[in-house]
Write a new protein. Structure first.
Length: 261
């Protein structure tokens, strides 16, 4: 019968190797599980680059602190073949940065917008470079000279064709275009983007003017209510990962490196 045949085959299998196969399995060495990857280090090239630039990032730097805090989250992010957006920012000196930060944080608390590090954008994008490539080019800006920033009498807002404030120019202090600022812009465009030094100067639209942002994602009427900050001189320029380049992405922006001008 079918049952007798199955019983016979089972006994035959046991006699011809079934037991010995189990014995071999019992004697086989048990390999330990592979250790988990170190979160956020080799898998996060931007954090790895940040550490390579100066050892362990200082936790007094909020951008470096964010890189470290979010490293384990990056481990689970899907792989990508494109480079994240990186920008060049002029960094205010400590006293001016503290005053601007207080103003930015108060405005953000009042209308519910994001907080961010005070800065004047030189390049909104450095092109399709790796952090290592961008860091090498950043060094070429070192020693090019400090940049004083003075502001126009009133704050402004960058408006879309529909008359609404674009999120990243919601409320800004307009910077007076000076020779040192123009010289730095031309040098940065040449080193990072290959733009000829005599090419026309173009700042980010729709404002089309250099500026220091005071609020992101606000309505256009906010700008008229804000005080214009006092002028200051920038002696440092930073490479900042501004990815994603959206209002929701602002809290994840992360400074990668900086040099002295």
């Amino acid at each position: 019968s079918g049952v007798d045949t199955m019983n016979f085959l089972t006994r035959l299998f046991t006699q011809c190797g079934g037991v010995s196969a189990s014995k071999e399995d019992d004697d086989a060495p048990v390999l330990p599980p592979e250790p988990p990857p170190n979160p956020g280090m080799s898998s996060n090239p931007h954090l790895a680059f940040l550490i390579a630039q100066g050892g362990t990032p200082s936790m007094t730097n909020p951008h470096a602190a964010f890189c470290l805090a979010s490293a384990s989250k990056v481990e689970d992010a899907p792989a990508t073949t494109t480079q994240p957006n990186m920008s060049l920012w002029l960094v205010p000196p400590p006293d001016a940065a503290a005053a601007l930060s207080a103003q930015i944080e108060k405005v953000a608390a009042d209308f519910g917008g994001p907080k961010f590090a005070p800065h004047a954008t030189v390049l909104g994008s450095v092109g399709a470079l790796t952090p290592e490539e961008a860091g090498a080019r950043l060094k070429k800006l070192g020693g090019s000279g400090a940049v004083p920033l003075e502001f126009e009498p009133a704050c402004a807002s960058g408006l879309s064709d529909a008359g609404e404030a674009v999120w990243n120019q919601g409320a800004v202090a307009l910077v007076v275009e000076s020779e040192p600022l123009l010289a730095l812009l031309k040098l940065a465009r040449s080193e990072f983007l290959g733009v000829e030094p005599d090419a026309p100067v173009v700042w980010s639209p729709p404002l089309g003017k250099p500026h220091v942002s005071l609020a992101y994602g606000c309505s256009a009427d906010l700008a008229a209510k804000l005080d214009v900050p006092a002028g200051f001189t920038c002696t440092e320029i930073a490479l900042v990962q501004t990815e994603p380049a959206t209002l929701a992405g602002v809290p994840t922006w992360c400074e990668l490196a900086r040099v002295t001008l």
